[in-house]
Design a protein around this ligand. Structure first.
Ligand code: ATP
Ligand code: MG
Length: 141
């Protein structure tokens, strides 16, 4: 079973979309095996998006991601990484497919409500950025 890291970003929490987005994810067959609510600091937000450090939008991205509480999630499913990216839709909601989370709820390319890992390597790295082994539940017990 594959795991991916999602984050319900600060705009998702602020706009009271948490319940709707979680239900959408659960209805699509994902199991939640890790979940917490935290406020990122500019440093922890910047560390998470370190690959984008040289991009023009990096400063705005850090301000946005540290603007309020967010909800990191570990999601489990066959093909979880690609399937979550499909469920999320394109980075820019104007380009996202109908029915995707970003098309339904996101306001702009900058503020797009949800993050999802883009490869097995980033999923492993991102899961351990937010969760220790003890914070991941086993669904077989
Ligand atoms: P995420 O990594 O959050 O799942 P993504 O993989 O769809 O999103 P990335 O290219 O990794 O997109 O960009 C990370 C985040 O940085 C985007 O989700 C968005 O919030 C912001 N971002 C990306 N491109 C731009 C841009 N051109 N202008 C402003 N913000 C941007
Ligand atoms: Mg990305």
């Amino acid at each position: 079973m594959e795991r991916t890291l999602a984050i319900l970003k600060p705009d998702c929490v602020r706009k009271n979309l948490t319940g709707k987005v979680l239900q959408h994810i659960i209805d699509a067959g994902f199991k939640i095996v890790g979940m917490k609510m935290i406020s990122l600091t500019p440093d922890t937000a910047g560390g998470f998006y370190d690959v984008h450090r040289e991009r023009h939008f990096f400063t705005d991205l850090v301000v946005y991601m540290s603007s309020g509480p967010c909800i990191p999630l570990i999601l489990e499913k066959e093909n979880a990484i690609a399937d979550l990216r499909t469920l999320m839709g394109a980075t820019d909601p104007r380009e996202a497919e109908e029915g995707t989370l970003r098309k339904l709820y996101a306001e702009s390319k900058e503020q797009n409500i949800i993050h999802g890992s883009d490869s097995p390597e980033s999923a492993d790295k991102e899961i351990s950025y937010f969760f220790s082994g003890r914070e991941i539940v086993s669904l077989t017990r």
